[in-house]
Ligand binder design. Structure first.
Ligand code: CA
Length: 481
């Protein structure tokens, strides 16, 4: 009997972040037709490490080795792809990746000590096998609840497991970057492999720690649940991690299994309030990657070019996320404004809105205030996704609706709150990501944001500016081997 498998909607994004100079993460997505039409999908994320050229090479090698091993294992399997088969296959695939990285590291002296994390998901017939080595992660979102499937192979996770520190303390520990298992760090590796059932409406997220150290699980869940598509979710997750500092390379694969209904999860203010990234702002490790010799550089370029060409030919190369561009120049935006005429008024939304305020962002979203005081965001297509909440559900009762707001070029919304004497900053999914000016502002009213992200505010009849500054970068020095 042929099993009807749900459609899988995938999204992928990778970014160097705002601190690193190179992106040492790698990822791969292979769908049914590349898996002998027998498995539904293979998804891999790897986060490379190792001084000189090593990181990029290790992560790419691992991703490709996992695919090669899985593809041949499926091709050789005469029977049904049972859950046991999926587990066995991923187990061997990560061992094969380990061998490939270890061998290469020992063949080329300048690559000695390189390694990589690796998470892989192999799906067949409503079951996902999930394999992990290191501190990249796999999460499942089901009915608004986010569950971390993998357990980090890191020093802080061992402390957490032993009950010595809390998960919150682990997030800010100076040892949070020390991993205890890696692909390529030793001749043998023991991957963790679990089975997870999938139901229509579930989403899986694979990510490098550049995402999970920048965002709380609650923030990840809200973005994942609210985005209209897998690709939109991936782009928003990367944008949010960059907003929090982007201290490391960020890579995400999102896959949505069957029909997915976007939902707005309620804010979890207590968790947000208690999470302060970069609490211990140690200096970043000296980067040796820029001191590559010309020959190893050429080798790296050749390897990357070959891989790129290979992926391109297979139609697998997914372009990095494109920053929000202003809409194509319209007639009204040309200099020859005198020659423009306007259409008769069209209704943008059937929801009643208050007289003001009203703003647009560069992507063409329009923000207005509903009669009940909730912020509506209406997309250029006219759809209005889940509303942004009032500035603070705890203080909003009895306080006036927000009167002043602004949107920056990335679609982040800034709401001036006279009652709480601060400016709330929301990401494009409606998640509040920052409180600006708390403790300094006395009566914030008009607010505006320039292209550099400077926030201007009229505070008690005085025009003030709050300038963004990059938080001190977190360290990222995976312990070799
Ligand atoms: Ca990383």
């Amino acid at each position: 009997m042929q099993i009807q498998t749900p459609q899988i909607d995938t999204g992928f994004a990778t970014d160097t972040g705002r601190v690193r100079r190179t992106n040492q993460d790698a990822a791969g997505i292979w769908m049914r037709q590349e898996l002998s039409s027998r498995a539904d999908g293979l998804f891999v994320v790897a986060d490379g490490m190792g001084g000189r050229a090593g990181g990029e090479i290790a992560s790419r090698l691992a991703v490709d080795a996992v695919y090669a091993a899985v593809a041949s294992s499926i091709a050789e399997e005469p029977g049904q792809l049972t859950p046991e088969f999926l587990v066995r296959t991923l187990h061997r695939a990560l061992e094969a990746a380990n061998e490939a990285v270890w061998r290469r590291a020992n063949e080329e002296p300048h690559l000695q000590g390189m390694g990589t994390t690796c998470v892989a998901v192999l799906i067949a017939s409503d079951v996902a096998a999930v394999a992990n080595v290191g501190d990249s992660r796999v999460y499942r979102l089901r009915q608004g609840t986010l569950t971390q499937i993998t357990s980090d192979h890191s020093l802080v996770q061992e402390y957490v497991d032993a009950g010595e520190i809390s998960p919150l303390e682990a997030r800010t520990s100076r040892f949070r970057n020390v991993i205890t298992r890696a692909i390529g760090g030793a001749p043998n590796v023991v991957p963790d492999v679990d089975l997870v059932d999938l139901a229509p409406g579930d989403a899986l997220l694979l990510c490098s720690d550049g995402l999970s150290t920048m965002l709380t699980d609650a923030q990840i869940a809200r973005i994942l649940a609210a985005a209209p598509s897998g690709q939109e979710a991936a782009d928003r997750l990367v944008a949010a991690a960059n907003l929090q500092g982007g201290a490391d390379n960020i890579t995400v694969i999102v896959l949505r299994y069957g029909p997915f209904e976007p939902v707005a999860l309620p804010p979890d203010l207590d968790e947000e309030a208690s999470y302060v990234p970069f609490l211990d702002a140690a200096a970043p490790p000296a980067r040796a990657a820029n001191r590559r010799g010309p020959i190893s550089f050429l080798v790296l370029v050749a390897v990357l070019s070959a891989i790129t060409a290979y992926l391109f030919l297979r139609g697998l190369l997914i372009p990095p996320p494109v920053p929000v561009q202003p809409p194509k120049e319209s007639a009204a935006a040309t200099q020859d404004a005198g020659a423009v005429e306007y259409s008769s008024p069209e209704i943008v939304t059937s929801k009643p809105v208050q007289g003001s305020p009203l703003v647009c962002d560069l992507a063409g979203n329009v923000y207005a205030l509903s009669l009940s005081g909730r912020i509506l965001r209406i997309s250029p297509a006219g759809s209005s996704p889940p509303d942004f909440g009032p500035p603070d559900p705890r203080s909003a009762r009895g306080s006036p609706a927000p009167q002043h707001w602004a949107v920056d070029s990335h679609g982040f919304l800034y709401v001036s709150d006279r009652y709480a004497r601060r400016i709330h900053k929301y990401d494009p999914s409606g998640t509040r990501v920052a409180e600006i000016g708390a403790g300094f502002l006395t009566d914030p009213q008009g607010v505006a944001v320039d292209g550099a992200g400077n926030v201007y505010v009229v505070d008690g009849h005085t025009l003030k500016v709050l300038r963004p500054r990059l938080l001190a970068p977190a360290t990222k020095s995976h312990a070799p081997g």
